[in-house]
Design a protein. Structure first.
Length: 161
């Protein structure tokens, strides 16, 4: 696709603004009336000799817990996670998300149920949720499963899923 100098300048400006290829593709169609495939836009970037700019990654602000509670993941002097201790004392379900996701999964982590039993969980690439209990044959109660799903949804929402 041949662009005139003004159009090339416009595309270069969009790149300087940090737009992604899909956003540039949309702007080409809307503002310049040029319908191009994603691959054509990619080739256009090569032809213009420009590279897309990476937007700086936003680091999430530290999350503060409820008043009187330590922040998530805080550890007491004995090294055990506080979140698990509070679960054992007050019941309920505690969900954590792995910093390094298990192979073949979109997300993974651990869950501790109200009865003190724990399991690993994973969300596969098809969107299926799986539980791998530490104790073979263990099945959490229906109430715990519902709490687990609610807690997991909240944790994953914090991470942008």
């Amino acid at each position: 696709m041949n662009l005139d100098d003004a159009q090339k300048q416009k595309v270069s400006q969009w790149i300087e603004e940090g737009l992604k290829l899909s956003e540039i593709q949309d702007k080409l169609a809307k503002e310049l009336g040029l319908n191009m495939t994603y691959m054509e836009v990619r080739f256009l970037m090569d032809d213009l000799g420009v590279k897309l700019k990476d937007k700086p990654k936003e680091t999430p602000a530290p999350q503060l817990g409820k008043p009187g509670q330590p922040p998530p993941g805080a550890k007491p002097p004995d090294g055990k996670p506080l979140q698990e201790e509070s679960t054992a004392m007050g019941g309920g379900v505690a969900v954590t998300v792995d910093q390094i996701t298990r192979p073949g999964a979109l997300a993974s982590g651990k869950v501790k149920f109200s009865d003190g039993k724990s399991a690993d969980w994973y969300l596969d690439q098809m969107g299926r949720l799986g539980l791998v209990p530490k104790e073979q044959g263990y099945k959490p109660s229906e109430e715990d499963l519902m709490d687990f799903q609610s807690e997991l949804q909240g944790e994953l929402a914090k991470l942008g899923f």
